[in-house]
Design a protein around this ligand. Structure first.
Ligand SMILES: NC(=O)c1ccc[n+]([C@@H]2O[C@H](COP(=O)([O-])OP(=O)(O)OC[C@H]3O[C@@H](n4cnc5c(N)ncnc54)[C@H](OP(=O)(O)O)[C@@H]3O)[C@@H](O)[C@H]2O)c1
Length: 308
């Protein structure tokens, strides 16, 4: 179990092949060098054989001694040998050539793969940034899409007020009103504004009046018509129309949503009313009902309508 670890050769197949090829090449160069030396000695020998020993002295071709042809032929062979060693590398054989070609093709393939990978990465990045900008646009669109919401508490007979005041006191309804409208713009008629003892906290008041010199506390926006009121709340994604009767009537055609607290009773003597809800234009999307109890004299339902 704890015996000596078997020695693993650190030279891999490719390295071994390179070494073998280098050795082969050295041998080939050596042979070429020997060939050169033998050629030189051979050439000198041929010259001497002819000139000193007189071998084939009388044998000439076109007036030139035979040994010149012999040396030329040999030189040609030597040059061929030289070319195969240094230029065409044929001396390494067909297998070697194929191997080199395969290696080259492999290298090119690797480069192509790398390039492809780069392209894919780039494409992925582009797709991601496109998706991101699409999300940004959607979010921006969402931000821009305002939901003008009417909020009201109305009896079964649509009564909403009497003597410029509410007719009932339902604490859960007031809590809901506060929760929904806090942090938003609240648009109202001058009479409704004046029915408050003071501006409601944490909301931006927009008061509509025809009076040119109407004085309102600091922070309260005074406008002369409903369109200007809606425009003043353009940065709010959910401005609320909070009444009273006159303003509700004018804004029904402009609102996107109705948040109604339907008080399940009728109220004789009421002097202000909410307009009829046209079922062909509005669809009920949610409703929760509360029974009357010791804190709530009347049963009531929170109903949400959306424009069809
Ligand atoms: N139950 C509820 O949820 C609820 C909610 C809000 C109010 N209310 C009740 O509703 C009653 C008040 O409603 P209301 O109908 O009498 O009055 P209102 O709608 O609150 O205010 C009417 C006033 O708004 C101004 N106005 C209206 N239309 C205008 C226009 N197109 N251009 C310029 N100014 C315009 C006028 O002010 P000037 O006269 O100054 O020109 C007009 O007198 C109160 O009883 C209140 O308690 C009930």
């Amino acid at each position: 179990m704890f015996g000596k670890k078997k020695q693993v050769s650190s030279i891999d197949k490719d390295q071994l092949e390179l070494i073998e090829n280098a050795q082969k090449r050295i041998r080939q160069k050596k042979r070429l060098y020997i060939h050169f030396v033998i050629f030189l000695i051979g050439a000198v020998f041929l010259i001497l054989a002819n000139t000193i020993l007189g071998i084939g002295k009388d044998f000439t071709i076109a007036g030139i001694n035979w040994f010149v042809y012999a040396i030329m032929a040999w030189l040609f062979l030597f040059i061929y040998h030289f070319v195969t060693v240094f230029i065409t590398h044929k001396f390494m054989g067909k297998d070697w050539e194929k191997q080199q070609l395969d290696k080259l093709v492999n290298q090119q393939q690797q480069r192509i793969d790398k390039l492809k990978e780069g392209f894919l990465k780039e494409e992925r990045k582009m797709a991601q940034s496109q998706a991101y900008s699409k999300t940004q646009t959607l979010e921006a669109e969402k931000k821009n899409s305002r939901e003008l919401t009417i909020i009201v508490a109305a009896g079964e007979d649509n009564a909403i007020g009497k003597d410029n005041d509410l007719i009932w006191h339902l604490s859960n309804d007031l809590k809901r009103f506060k929760a929904l409208t806090s942090g938003h713009h609240i648009i109202m008629g001058r009479k409704t504004f004046e029915s408050f003892p003071k501006p409601l906290p944490n909301r931006t008041h927009i008061v509509i009046t025809r009076q040119k010199d109407y004085k309102a506390p600091d922070g309260v926006i005074v406008v002369s018509n409903l369109e200007d009121a809606i425009d003043a709340a353009r940065k709010d994604n959910q401005p609320f129309i909070i009444g009273g009767g006159e303003i509700y009537k004018q804004s029904m055609a402009l609102a996107d949503k109705l948040k109604i607290t339907r008080v399940h009773s009728t109220f004789e003597g009421a002097d202000t009313f909410f307009p009829e809800i046209d079922a062909t234009k509005w669809k009920e999307v949610s409703r929760t009902t509360h029974d009357a109890d010791e804190d709530h004299k009347y049963a009531f339902s929170f109903i949400t309508y959306e424009r069809r």
